[in-house]
Write a protein that binds this ligand. Structure first.
Ligand SMILES: Cc1cc2nc3c(=O)[nH]c(=O)nc-3n(C[C@H](O)[C@H](O)[C@H](O)COP(=O)(O)OP(=O)(O)OC[C@H]3O[C@@H](n4cnc5c(N)ncnc54)[C@H](O)[C@@H]3O)c2cc1C
Length: 470
């Protein structure tokens, strides 16, 4: 048996939430903070890798909201990480049908404008109270799109509907991929920040480095999966024992848990002793955790004109629904260009089809993507990609999916229960919860993760009357 290492605070997980919590504690002068990270690297769902002629993001990509109330935008701006400043144009490129023709950009733009107005309407639903589970987001959007078709001439409707089908795939990956299970009113509680979506030219790695640089050397212990967190109230001062798969053990005054909701769903029974409250277990089991994947194709000689490469896949109504997982490609929204990486296209997809794709041989994924591009561009002679890579979040044992979303299983947000700390009988928070899924309004994002980490650090800092980081 290894001796217990005494720590003041143990942070479980070196994703942005965990790193931000440790940063804040360090800046407030809290010593004895240790981050335990199960994998060999920090960053979790933020993962920049070299691919093609530059870098690509396997996970998070854009800062949602160029405003100082976005904690990640602020961090990026303070560290000069936004040069050159690039705003996302979601509809860059063209809309193509499976018959290989380009949809009139003017018509596609009209559909896009309708979609943006619907997003506004959706945001407005957050202020409406309700006592019964809401309608699924899938039916909400489909009904609205159906009504909007009347705004188009009869001869335009087939193409308009195809663009709507394409946008449904965009809406799917934005919300984790399971729209039929996503609560329309609760998803509306996600607060859209103003200023557009900004890209990080040097990748998410630059954000992670900025935070890691603020931490004392050796703060992170890698390859250290926590298997049990035990609140010990037997002695005069309550303590939290942390046990790891590699045999190491720590004794802490406070533990901040930042494991993904996907990980908690699978492991909360074994992870906590005594068991978590029934309210918290209910929250873990009933907040949704989505599946979102990306595929990257590299062409040594790009076949598209730079700046015009966005290839939006617009399936006709009768063909849009995958008949089985083998038709996973029908969940692809678009093949988009990648910033500063001229030969690379990225495809996004979500839901069970994304998980299925992640398990296929890479060559098969490459062949399917190639065939889809040939079909939609109407060009059987299109070259095959030189190299392919993809994300594998759903099978990552420490992530188990992509990001959280509210389900129709509860009429009210369950996030307050998820973020509530476990206290000892003296009301001192001992086991605290951070991570994107614990943010009531910025869930599913980097800024939600960072803000939740800062929130829980401040909860500890205020116990010791130290000055919190603002
Ligand atoms: C494909 C994809 C695209 C995305 N795009 C965007 C985007 O464009 N913009 C945006 O804002 N957000 C995006 N996100 C969401 C964003 O990446 C996450 O919300 C954020 O990174 C989550 O940070 P976190 O610290 O809460 O969790 P994580 O990043 O999951 O970090 C948790 C860490 O805990 C570790 N861990 C888990 N269990 C244990 C254990 N038992 N012991 C020790 N360590 C453990 C994990 O290895 C991991 O490093 C995207 C996510 C995905 C998957």
């Amino acid at each position: 048996m290894m001796a217990d290492i005494p720590c003041r605070v143990v942070v479980i997980g070196g994703g942005l939430a965990g790193l931000s919590a440790a940063e804040s504690l360090a800046q407030a002068g809290v010593t004895g903070v240790r981050i335990l990270e199960a994998s060999h690297r920090c960053g979790g769902r933020m993962k920049t890798i070299r691919f093609g002629e530059s870098i690509v993001e396997l996970g998070a990509n854009w800062i949602h909201g160029a405003t100082l109330s976005n904690s990640v935008f602020t961090l990026a701006a303070q560290n000069n990480l936004l040069n050159p400043y690039v705003l996302l144009d979601r509809m860059e490129g063209y809309c193509y049908t499976s018959a290989g023709h380009v949809i009139d950009p003017h018509l596609a733009n009209r559909v896009w404008t309708i979609y943006q107005a619907l997003e506004q309407d959706l945001g407005g639903l957050s202020s409406q109270t309700k006592d019964t589970p809401g309608i699924p987001l899938e039916s909400w959007y489909k009904n609205k799109f159906e009504n909007a078709l009347a705004l188009f001439k009869t001869q335009e409707q087939e193409d308009a509907r195809a663009v709507m089908n394409c946008l449904l795939n965009l809406i799917r990956f934005h919300n984790g991929g399971f729209l039929e299970d996503t609560d329309t009113h609760l998803i509306a509680q996600y607060e859209e920040l103003p200023g557009g979506e900004v890209k990080l030219p040097r990748g998410c790695a630059s954000i992670l480095d900025a935070v890691l640089n603020t931490l004392p050397k050796g703060s992170v212990q890698y390859n250290t999966e926590v298997t049990n967190v035990h609140l010990d109230t037997s002695g005069p001062t309550p303590k939290v024992e942390v046990r790891c798969r590699n045999g190491s053990q720590m004794m802490a005054e406070h533990v901040i848990v930042t494991c993904s909701l996907g990980f908690l769903k699978r492991h909360h029974h074994a992870l906590f002793s005594p068991p978590l409250s029934s309210q918290k277990v209910h929250a873990i089991e009933n907040i949704g955790f989505g599946i979102v994947s990306k595929i990257f194709l590299y062409y040594k000689i790009p076949f598209w004109v730079q700046g015009r490469g966005g290839i939006k896949l617009c399936w006709q109504e009768h063909e849009s629904r995958p008949l089985g997982k083998e038709e996973w490609y029908k969940k692809i929204f678009s093949f988009d260009e990648v910033l500063n990486n001229p030969g690379v296209l990225v495809a996004w997809l979500s839901g069970d089809e994304a998980a299925y794709m992640e398990r296929l041989p890479l060559q098969e994924v490459a062949n399917v993507c190639s065939n889809i591009l040939k079909t939609f561009l109407g060009n059987p002679g299109l070259p095959s990609p030189t190299r392919v890579c993809r994300s594998e979040w759903s099978d990552n044992p420490y992530i188990c999916g992509s990001y959280s979303y509210p389900t129709t299983s509860s009429p009210h947000s369950l996030v307050p229960h998820l973020m509530e700390p476990v206290c000892s009988s003296d009301q001192v928070p001992r086991i605290l919860f951070a991570g994107e899924a614990t943010h009531p309004t910025y869930f599913s994002t980097m800024h939600g993760a960072r803000s939740s980490g800062l929130r829980e650090a401040n909860r500890i800092i205020s116990l010791y009357n130290m000055r919190p980081k603002l």
